[in-house]
Design a binder for this molecule. Structure first.
Ligand SMILES: Cc1cc2nc3c(=O)[nH]c(=O)nc-3n(C[C@H](O)[C@H](O)[C@H](O)COP(=O)(O)OP(=O)(O)OC[C@H]3O[C@@H](n4cnc5c(N)ncnc54)[C@H](O)[C@@H]3O)c2cc1C
Length: 313
């Protein structure tokens, strides 16, 4: 039997032989094509990353790796590329695509910086801006400028994908006008939380919202909880754990939180989609509990796109 599968192509129809030396003009055109809409931003970031400061740092002790990632994040802050993630009314530019492209490019140099920027600006900042109202917006410029480092505390030890059944409780105390944030058991421990182990000072904490006179939870809501004081000590009632070394992202300080009846002012509730008045009455512009839940989870969408971008990086 004849096993020779080679074909003769008619003249001019077959694949051409690649030139031994690539044509720089073709390479440039190809890059332009792949860079797409944010080509200019990508070029700016290429220049920014072309610096000894961003060379890979392998094998640093965990404490140094974390500080190195924070320093790089601060360099990134100075470029202003994070501003696209926020609205123009709050100190941003509203160009989400440019910011996500920037984060993807940073991932080529250091995935730790990309993830930490995603936690700080995408998740924590995104939760404050998207779930909060006017009374929270003074925090956004502080988040953009890294004056306030924060965490997005959603996942619990017993509840990862199953966010709807989180166990952390956020209970309104009418007498004091405060919310009481509590972790009822170990399965309610907040885990994997970026910025928790070392740098975060405030956390956007997701939990079941309860008001007086209502046995049922109003569903998962988000409240701002200070987790460290200015000296870096855990706030009263907040227990912070450290995940330590991980298989990857050694410079990202993932950790845990447990809350022991931690009290925060009523105004700390991110109340765009669900609010509690001084008397403890709950209200929401969205009647359906399910629709309200999925609207709130919308803050995660940008993060998921970045995870895809990180895989590409
Ligand atoms: C590096 C890192 C950083 C993180 N940072 C943060 C952070 O800053 N803040 C935060 O809140 N969380 C953070 N997380 C947690 C992350 O959001 C969770 O890991 C994620 O939600 C999945 O939860 P889980 O790990 O408990 O997995 P599980 O939900 O237990 O899922 C385990 C497996 O079961 C599958 N599965 C789950 N449910 C179903 C179902 N109904 N049907 C079929 N299959 C299913 C999943 O696809 C998966 O393969 C981080 C995680 C990592 C790894």
């Amino acid at each position: 039997m004849d096993n020779d599968t080679r074909q003769e192509f008619p003249a001019g129809r077959g694949p051409e032989t690649l030139p031994a030396t690539p044509d720089p003009a073709v390479a440039a055109q190809f890059q332009e094509l792949l860079d797409g809409r944010w080509a200019e931003d990508r070029n700016r970031i290429r220049e920014f990353l072309d610096d000894e400061f961003f060379r890979p740092q392998v094998g640093l002790p965990i404490g140094e790796a974390r500080e190195a990632v924070l320093e790089r994040l601060d360099r990134m802050r100075a470029t202003g590329m994070q501003r696209g993630a926020f609205g123009a009314d709050h100190g941003g530019t509203g160009d989400t695509g440019a910011t996500l492209t920037g984060m993807e490019m940073i991932g080529h140099a250091d995935l730790g910086v990309m993830v930490k920027s995603g936690v700080q600006w995408g998740l924590f900042g995104g939760a404050v801006e998207a779930l909060g109202t006017e009374r929270h917006m003074h925090l956004v410029p502080q988040i953009i400028d890294l004056e306030l480092l924060g965490c997005f505390a959603m996942t619990e030890r017993g509840h990862g994908s199953d966010v709807q059944n989180l166990e952390t409780t956020i209970t309104y105390d009418k007498d004091s006008g405060e919310f009481v944030v509590n972790s009822p058991g170990l399965s309610a421990e907040k885990t994997y939380i970026g910025n928790a182990a070392r740098h975060g000072r405030m956390a956007a904490v997701f939990g079941q919202l309860h008001t007086p006179g209502s046995d049922e939870s109003h569903g998962v809501h988000c409240v701002l909880v200070p987790v460290r004081d200015a000296d870096g000590n855990a706030m009263p009632g907040v227990t912070i754990g450290d995940h330590g070394y991980k298989g990857g992202l050694p410079g990202v300080d993932n950790g845990t939180f447990m809350f022991d009846n931690v009290r925060v002012p009523r105004e700390n509730l991110l109340n765009r989609f669900g609010d509690v008045d001084e008397e403890g009455n709950y209200s929401s512009p969205i009647d359906s509990t399910n629709r309200r839940f999925f609207t709130m989870l919308g803050t995660l969408i940008r993060g998921r796109i970045s995870v895809g971008a990180a895989a590409g990086a």
